[in-house]
Design a protein around this ligand. Sequence first.
Ligand code: PLP
Length: 365
Amino acid sequence: MKLKVPENILSLTPYKAGKPIEELEREYGISGSIKLASNENPMGPSPMAITAMKNAMANLHRYPDSSGYYLINKLADKLSVPKSQIVLGNGSDDVIGMLARVFLTPGDEAIMTSPSFLMYEIFVRSMNAKPVFVPLKELSVDLSAIGKAVSEKTRIIFITNPNNPTGSYVTRDSFESFLSQVPPQVVVVLDEAYIEFARDPKCLDGLALVGADRPIAVLRTFSKAYGLAGIRIGYGVMPAEIAALLNRVREPFNTNSLALAGAVAALDDNNFLNKTKTLIHTELKFLQDSLKKMGVICFPTQANFFLIDVKQNADAIFNAMLKEGIIVRSMISYGYPEYIRINVGTHEENIRFLDALEKVLGKEC
Ligand SMILES: *Cc1c(COP(=O)(O)O)cnc(C)c1O
């Protein structure tokens, strides 16, 4: 074909998602495998969300409510923010895309950490804008280096808190002093996909900082703590002026009817959210204590996942773990050749993971 493909599109590599369980089982002809690679909720979806989505199925011949009326009302209530500050997305990924479409023109710069969530770079490059990478410092977001990377061309700064893939966090104090130095035309995106799991009281909660005059956009998702990754629903909270701009580029039916119904119900399911948090925190301690006993280094986290130093090629460990029916995430493509990332599973899954890792490490060493 004689296509004229723009350079910026040719520069993209497709997002490599965590390997799906079905694919592993197909390839290896095994069953009963477990996935600890995509930071999903090991408890499944919120049961109240499942019921609501089943009920919503009878109306699937209708287009979804483009305004997301019930979900936006519920969120505004729960978060104590004006409705005009909320933008819903087909996952929070979709909101990142809208921010990129609104603010980036060719040649503009968007700052992100290295490594960081791969979707920032993909959306920035799609707009033919330039990602500017600022290395993490000891696995944490280096706010002062980010401040120094700001130029005339900077339009967006992406900060993930708690950070993926490292699990580190930004404190409220350090963020506030950073913010005071950011030029007023730069939009600071705080991606809080894992904020529900954060326990350190010093950890920044961006919502309190969203005000009419500050260009901050806080992104949240139902994919992690609420167990709804498969239905795709997330949102951003930002000044109404910015939300209105995003609505200009938002696809009219970007959030589907099942997702809208499921998310409304999930927000009422406090029992599920509390159980999720208790499971993650109890099992996180169990996993990290057990790994330490095995002499394996793991890093502290404020999220539902953490990094493990396997002291050898992470892809080799990833492949060896696959043969044991366990999907983890190799950190090679993130610049950590000897780290893997796992998310916390159920107690049974975690025991299987520990047994398999012990076996695999014993064999390879
Ligand atoms: C999982 C994750 C998200 C959530 O994406 P959705 O599109 O809402 O599923 C966003 N940001 C980061 C850093 C994540 O790890």
